[in-house]
Design a protein around this ligand. Structure first.
Ligand code: UD1
Length: 420
């Protein structure tokens, strides 16, 4: 397993280009299964999750080709069975269920496993598909879904902690080919859901209201091919903004969507990080002494859970007390014990982390546990004195396109150490 060796203490300077959003491109690739015509997706980040989703589509009989940042998918023929060995590796693969059901009226898809950030059930996905008339059973670790005919209906997709992002996308995809009108209430409002709806509408679907809690889908008989450019990754942009502030540098983030980043930009402002917007570019630097902020993660447009770990690192560098409360995923504090190894003082009280910031961090070997935690550990290594080695970086390669190259171009002293 590769690791990243970081010699910290260098302020980041320069420009960085933001890639396409991982969380949009994965359901978009699944959506391409809804037609037998070719689909082309542009500005696709080169991530292990994308290649992996490509393998899943190929295992279902679709053609998948990646040329530079363009992906070509054609599901001329399709089989409706996806097995455990593929699905267990990536939770997002569950969103093939809706398209398979829409197109083939039946599917057998392995349940994705849990993961370190919580149990991550799929009950809402199944509830939504059942509301469209699918007969769903779970047996021997597989979801068996059958629907001689999908029929539009009203479905409430709010769960214990609010809406579900991929669940909304999954039901929306199946409903495009259902008979009549589907109304999803308590739909997720994330920009990635809007991107999926735009992709589907480009294929001939009739979806309105995406990005609001009520989404309406008028079913059509058939969808056709589409060409689409993925939205920029708001989580990647936030990660670089926080890295600039954490190292006391000044960077310009190119090609972002600041309108998708309001909660993060607002909190950075409160923390005395100056963000200057010029169209799609953001210049980020400290406005002086950092200030502690309290943060609660929430569904969009609240503060994203995917930026919680990175923001925690910034707060460890900020004199004073900050409280970071995680409301979307239980046990998403795996990074805390690793940050403690660098000298951070963080106490966990139920869903909250209390950060006593301001002590300098010093480098040490640490272990990445999940995707966003890995990004946080890299930021911590950049801000710490001495050398930090982040082990198990395969997590970061799942969701950040060439992060070490991008950081090196900003002046970071970061090297990938290949496992021998
Ligand atoms: C997506 C993102 C992930 C992000 C998350 C929340 C992708 C590929 N991943 O994950 O990066 O952290 O949104 O913004 O887009 N839940 C249920 N039942 C369900 C589904 C979800 O109880 O059937 C719960 C989850 O356990 C969690 C909450 O709902 O507590 C939100 O999860 P969800 O929005 O579904 O996350 P994902 O779509 O899997």
């Amino acid at each position: 397993m590769d690791s990243l060796m970081i010699k910290g203490g260098v302020p980041l300077e320069g420009e960085v280009q933001i890639s396409g959003a991982k969380n949009a491109v994965l359901p978009l690739m699944a959506a391409a299964l809804l037609t037998d015509e070719p689909c082309v997706i542009r500005r696709v980040p080169d991530l292990s999750d994308v290649r992996f989703m490509g393998q899943i589509l190929a295992s279902l009989g679709a053609e998948f080709r990646m040329e530079g940042d363009t992906v070509h998918i054609r599901a001329a023929r399709l089989k409706g069975m996806a097995d455990y060995d593929l699905i267990r590796k990536m939770r997002a693969s569950i969103c093939i269920l809706g398209p398979l059901l829409g197109r083939l009226h039946q599917a057998k898809v392995s349940l994705p496993g849990g993961c370190v950030i919580g149990s991550r059930p799929v009950d809402l996905h199944l509830k939504g598909l059942a509301a469209l008339g699918a007969n769903i059973t779970v047996k021997n670790g597989y979801v068996h879904a059958k629907a001689p005919k999908l029929v539009g209906s009203e479905v409430f997709l709010g769960g214990r902690v609010g809406p579900t992002v991929l669940g909304t996308a999954n039901v929306m995809m199946a409903a495009t080919l259902a008979e009549g009108v589907t109304v999803i209430e308590s739909a997720a409002c994330e920009p990635e859901v809007i991107d999926v709806a735009n992709f589907l509408n480009g294929m001939g679907a009739k979806i309105s209201g995406a990005g609001s809690p009520t989404v309406q889908i008028l079913g059509v008989d058939k969808l056709h091919g589409v060409e689409h450019e993925v939205i920029p990754d708001r989580i990647e942009a936030a990660t670089f903004a926080i890295a600039a502030a954490a190292t006391g540098g000044e960077i310009t983030i190119l090609g972002a969507r600041p309108d998708h980043m309001s909660a993060v930009l607002d909190k950075l402002g409160e923390a005395n990080v100056k963000v200057e917007r010029r169209g799609r570019n953001l210049t980020v630097k400290r406005g002086g002494r950092l200030k502690p902020v309290d943060i609660t993660t929430l569904p969009y447009a609240g503060f994203p859970t995917d930026v919680q770990a990175q923001m925690m690192v910034l707060m460890t560098l900020t004199p004073g007390l900050s409280i970071i409360t995680e409301r979307v995923f239980e046990s998403r504090f795996m990074h805390v014990s690793e940050l403690a190894r660098l000298g951070a003082e963080i106490a966990i009280e139920g869903p909250s982390a209390i950060v006593k910031g301001g002590r300098p961090l010093s480098g040490a070997p640490i272990m990445a546990s999940d995707l966003r935690a890995s990004a946080a550990l890299v930021i911590a290594g950049l801000a710490a004195s001495g050398t930090t080695v982040v082990n198990r970086v395969y997590h970061i390669d799942r969701g950040y396109e060439r992060i070490d190259d991008k950081l090196r171009r900003l002046g970071a002293r970061i090297e990938r150490v290949k496992e021998t």
